[in-house]
Design a binder for this molecule. Structure first.
Ligand code: BGC
Length: 450
């Protein structure tokens, strides 16, 4: 049994986390750097951002990531996950840019100097235009191209990083890009291609895993899996559909890394990859939402499922044309229990809620952490929790419409305003504990940063 210490002050009881628990925040290159030239910049130029927003300078990280590193330091963060933008590092096929690699070295050093452990992700949805034009992860040689990029990165910054994430959410990348048509390349209804993409990404992950281990002696390598709870309405048809969505969305990449193949019948179509079996040192989990599912004969595109969020459940802000999802702290338990099957340490690599007014974020943070603590007490090997995200950033298709930051950003002026949940999370991180059953946190007034 892991350490579960209940500490009593005059009125409160606390849940203490393990001493070396890794607390931090997560980010992604395209969402924070500004002025990138990748397939998402083209998507934006083609008018495909639903809010019509421009990414522009984003959080201005390419010029001044250090401003946010200072805030992370002030908040007491122990880790910060960032992705390195492939399109900056290899702007033309086979030509690597030493200046870009040098800037990333500077960023990782900057984090270390502030006592913050950098966690590097190699693919967070974006890649170079030339790679997209060659068919991206539908190309048979994509794993080798990804491996070559990985080697350049590991050679350049390997001494500065211990934890490596190869892919962020391969399931979201494939589902949104090839089934729902909401991410580039904007294909709809191509389930088989989505599965192929994941199969090829799994192999790219294997090659990257080996390359990093060859070049970085202390490295631990994993990937970040998005996990959604699909809650069926009563009735067999709805249960069956919810089960299918769960399997296709949540389990595909897990299955590939756990067993080297997809379950029947999908495995017959995509073949097996024995090298992928067990190929990770940890599992990263990105957990946000629960969706409710009802069988609906009219929705062929989503496998005859009506996927919805009832109005009465806790939720953050709405996206441009639909709710973001139910904020559901218990989703963490389902995700952790699935990931535990791989027998590797688990990091919560992302968790958060779009909430510009910070109305439910404090509630979410506290309740997710209580849930997490319960899992640690049951001996699940959970090593860290990274909140999504530090500063509001460019939310893909939704642009600036959805705000996930502990810190609010005005992208025009780059002015930052601390939300009350930043203070709450900072207190939790610094004290390494969360209150047991204190009333759900109320909202102190926001404080403006100088
Ligand atoms: C992605 C992030 C995104 C966040 C909030 C995750 O699925 O990895 O890039 O901003 O969710 O939607």
């Amino acid at each position: 049994m892991n350490e579960v210490v209940f500490r009593t002050t005059s009125s409160e009881l606390y849940l203490r986390f393990p001493e070396d628990f890794l607390w931090g925040v997560s980010t992604a290159a395209h969402q924070v750097e500004g002025d990138n030239c990748n397939q998402w910049s083209d998507w934006e130029l083609a008018g495909r951002i639903k809010s019509g927003d421009r990414c522009g300078k984003a959080c201005d990280w390419w010029e001044n990531a250090e401003r946010d590193f200072d805030i992370a330091f002030e908040l007491g963060m122990k880790a910060l996950r960032l992705s390195l933008e492939w399109s900056r590092i290899e702007p033309e096929e086979g030509r690597f840019d030493p200046a870009a690699l040098q800037r990333y070295r500077q960023m990782l050093e900057g984090l270390q100097q502030r006592g913050i452990e950098p966690i590097v992700c190699l693919h967070h949805f974006t890649h170079p235009r030339w790679f997209e034009q060659r068919g991206a992860f539908l190309r048979a040689d994509a794993p080798q191209l990804f491996e070559r990029f990985t080697r350049e990165v590991a050679n350049a910054v390997g001494d500065l990083c211990r934890l490596w994430v190869t892919f962020n959410e391969p399931n979201v990348y494939a589902a949104c890009g090839y089934v729902l048509g909401e991410f580039p390349p904007g294909r709809k209804g191509q389930l088989l291609n989505a599965l192929r993409v994941n199969r090829i990404q799994a192999h790219a992950h294997v090659l990257a895993y080996r390359a990093i281990h060859e070049l970085v002696s202390q490295a631990k390598v994993g990937w970040a899996q998005h996990y959604v709870v699909f809650e069926p309405l009563p009735g067999m048809a709805s249960r069956w559909i919810a089960g299918l969505l769960d399997r296709l969305f949540n389990h595909t990449f897990f299955d590939l890394i756990e067993t080297g193949r997809l379950g029947f019948p999908f495995g017959i179509l995509t073949g097996r990859d024995d090298e992928a079996r067990g190929c990770c040192d940890f599992v990263g989990l990105n957990v946000y939402s629960r969706f409710h599912v009802a069988f609906d004969i009219r929705n062929a595109r989503t496998f005859f499922a009506n996927i919805f969020v009832p109005a009465h459940v806790p939720q953050g802000d709405h996206g441009v044309d639909r709710p973001y999802g139910e904020a559901y702290p218990q989703a963490i338990s389902d995700a952790v229990k699935r990931a535990a099957g791989l027998g590797k340490p688990i990091y919560i690599m992302e968790n958060g809620v779009p909430d510009a007014e910070d109305q439910i974020r404090p509630w979410l943070i506290v309740n997710v952490l209580r849930e997490l603590h319960g899992l640690i007490a049951q001996d699940y090997d959970i090593r860290g929790y990274l909140h999504w995200t530090l500063t509001d950033n460019f939310e893909w298709n939704e642009g600036w419409k959805l705000r996930f930051g502990l810190v609010a950003l005005d992208p025009e002026t780059q002015h930052r305003t601390m939300r009350s949940s930043a203070k709450l999370f900072s207190e939790i991180v610094r004290s390494n504990r969360v209150a047991v059953a204190r009333a759900d946190p109320c909202l102190p007034l926001s404080t403006t940063l100088p």
